[in-house]
Design a protein around this ligand. Structure first.
Ligand SMILES: [Fe+2]
Ligand SMILES: [Fe+2]
Length: 264
């Protein structure tokens, strides 16, 4: 199974990149499954049914999220009605939505997709290490092919969780920092790992937002409006090949593709 994971889609530029690249990569790379983190797809903050529908229409099979989950109130419609939308698993019991989903493609074993959120330098949800142990054991009754989007700030938290799950999940790619790391590898047990996939959107920016207001904020501590930036739009993430029988990763490649600038 060949899987494309698309890191945090930021605003309209990010959605444009996904519309451009998914159909192209589906052909060129012979993709079986596309998973996209959509937590920043609506104006850079949160996700709505409309932005989710655009991402699904572009060719994503599953959309994951993160700490910006609640930024748009329309998200409740996705949480309650959209099976292909997953939120971080480690919310308390009774939270709307689901932390994982099984994707079934013709001729392939099912793929479990899990979204999980870290706690270091973030809002403290339930312990992700405990939550993921239970969920991976549950899902391995149905499949050996398991993908995790671990939405977390601290590299140590992401590496530790990946190491803990080595051999029990096919791949773990981190999100949230919006900065792609260069540590893609396959751990000894067969789990593919990348600390952070980066982000899909305008890179002539500070992690997707206009540069000047962010510098002003750091200089003055006065709140500013952070608009989504425009220039140098990249689609970032990772391409993972998984052995269908064992569920072990065969390869992991970083993705960083420049969207050709459109004629005016
Ligand atoms: Fe994000
Ligand atoms: Fe985030």
């Amino acid at each position: 199974m060949r899987l494309l994971f698309i890191a945090d889609i930021v605003g309209q530029p990010g959605r444009r990149a996904v519309e451009h690249f998914i159909p192209q990569l589906r052909k060129r790379e012979d993709l079986d499954v596309v998973i996209a983190n959509g937590e920043n797809s609506a104006g850079g903050s949160g996700i709505t049914k409309r932005t989710a529908d655009e991402i699904f229409a572009a060719g994503a099979d599953v959309i994951t999220s993160g700490d910006h989950l609640w930024d748009q109130k329309e998200v409740i419609e996705l949480l309650e009605n959209e099976r292909r939308f997953v939120r971080p698993l480690n919310y308390p019991p009774g939270t709307p939505g689901q932390g994982s989903v099984l994707v079934q493609k013709p001729g392939l074993p099912p793929l479990a997709v899990i979204n999980l959120q870290g706690r270091t330098f973030m809002q403290p949800l339930e312990n992700p290490f405990h939550a993921i142990e239970a969920e991976v054991s549950r899902l391995r009754q149905f499949t050996r092919l398991i993908f995790i989007d671990f939405h977390a700030e601290a590299t140590s938290e992401k590496v530790a969780l990946g190491r803990m799950l080595d051999g029990r999940v096919s791949a773990l790619v981190g999100t949230h920092t919006h900065v792609q790391t260069a540590d893609e590898q396959i751990f000894p047990g067969g789990t593919a790992f990348l600390c952070d996939g980066g982000f899909t959107g305008p890179h002539e920016s500070v992690i997707g937002r206009e540069i000047e207001p962010i510098i002003t904020r750091f200089m003055t501590n006065i709140p500013q409006r952070f608009e989504v930036a425009k220039g140098r739009v990249l689609m970032q993430g990772a391409l993972v090949d998984i052995d269908n029988l064992s569920g072990r990763a065969v390869s992991i490649r970083r993705v960083s593709e420049l969207l050709p600038s459109e004629p005016r």
